[in-house]
Design a protein around this ligand. Structure first.
Ligand code: FMN
Length: 179
């Protein structure tokens, strides 16, 4: 079993989440490749996919949408687990909002999505340039002013727990594995 953990990350924190998930799979003897989706040339060699994106302006980073569209025919019904990192999820009813509005259903309905989740991410305004600050201020759709949601909110226990659930799920034999 070989799993691609592909990420789209503007400031590196989603990449770190992808690597943390990768470590959980490795600890369970699952072969993984963790990579920026922009660098992935082919997906044929993988049996399953864990794909994660930061959210900008209420949606995934464009490279993740392009990756899913570009490889759509080559996923061949293989299991896909999807995560996003964002700040909206920390607001009241934020998880439901993210699941409903940030997830691009027209892309996902055509794929074998086994699970999807939103994690609280990391936002350090001092590391964000002025163009991005304007985008964030103008397009953030929560009730809270986004500058009050700065910090590193990643919950590593939750992230590792989700990865452990994927390990269990991947190891469930399918009908075709049965003797
Ligand atoms: C320009 C910009 C726009 C963002 N827009 C949103 C948004 O619309 N909704 C949201 O919940 N989080 C938004 N965020 C927060 C990021 O999704 C979050 O900080 C994420 O964890 C960053 O991941 P990264 O370090 O991999 O880029 C935005 C951040 C930036 C810098």
């Amino acid at each position: 079993m070989k799993v691609l953990i592909g990420y789209a990350s503007a400031h590196g924190s989603t990449a770190e989440v992808a690597h943390a998930i990768g470590r959980v799979l490795l600890e369970n003897d699952i072969q993984v490749k963790v990579a920026d989706v922009r660098t992935v040339g082919t997906v044929e060699e993988f049996d399953a996919f864990i794909l994660g994106s930061a959210v900008h302006a209420g949606t995934w980073l464009p490279e993740m949408s392009s990756f899913l569209k570009g490889y759509h025919d080559q996923f061949l019904g293989k299991p896909i687990y999807l995560f996003v990192t964002c700040i909206r999820v920390m607001e009241q009813h934020g998880f439901d909002h993210v699941m409903e509005y940030y997830m691009i259903p027209e892309l996902l309905t055509k794929l074998n999505i086994q699970d999807k989740i939103a994690f609280a991410g990391k936002l350090k305004l001092e590391e964000v340039d002025w163009n991005e600050r304007w985008t964030l201020a103008a397009r953030y759709d929560g009730a809270t002013w986004p500058s009050t949601l700065t910090g590193d909110f990643r919950d590593w226990e939750k992230i590792r727990g989700w990865a452990a659930k994927i390990v269990e799920n991947l190891q469930i034999p399918t009908r075709s594995d049965a003797p």
